[in-house]
Write a protein that binds this ligand. Sequence first.
Ligand SMILES: N[C@@H](CCC(=O)N[C@@H](CS)C(=O)NCC(=O)O)C(=O)O
Length: 204
Amino acid sequence: MKVYEQKIAPNARRVRIFLAEKGVLDQVEFVQLDLKAGDNITREFKQKNFLGKIPVMELDDGTEISESVAICRYFEALYPEHPLMGRTPKAQANVEMWQRRCEIYFMNMIGMGFQHTSGFFADRMTPVKEWGALCVEEVSKFLKELEKHLSVTEFIAGDEFSIADITAFVSIDFAKVVGVRRDDTMPNINRWYAQINERDSAKA
Ligand SMILES: N[C@@H](CCC(=O)N[C@@H](CS)C(=O)NCC(=O)O)C(=O)O
């Protein structure tokens, strides 16, 4: 099976970390694309994902799956031992809630903030600086909420490491591109970040 990605891209990184946690990185052939050069918006690539986004997983039977969480869900179903999406119905709902919060209100806001303030993809979209600035404000607000949340919980979605931690961890590194950084006023985030960063998967 193949995964089309660009290694430094945050969505690619979260899938890699998930696969490393599952111990299946070596089952996948990673195909590198250059996003800035537009490898992802060619007619050929858009046949794999009409949205022109990575990562895209291609199974040996030709099935193409995009959306990072959909790719992760496939591996969660294949390898349910060491669950990363919750064990019980309640835990699964909690993980889903936090994963979506971290993705929609944090990771995506960083992406929008970056694209709309930097003009990085101006060849394929219309940057709106004011919208980008508002997104960056939302990123800072979310980080503050995360700091409060991590004062009462070990991991983002409770007692166990999950995909929500992966999305939040990758997003915290990504947030540097919009000038938002964790700092000394965030002891809980710093404690949690160090813990995730020590896992072998964090280097994937
Ligand atoms: N919701 C998608 C987002 C995918 C996405 O935005 N990928 C970025 C890289 S992190 C991308 O392909 N950007 C290229 C572009 O927008 O042209 C997912 O979860 O995989």
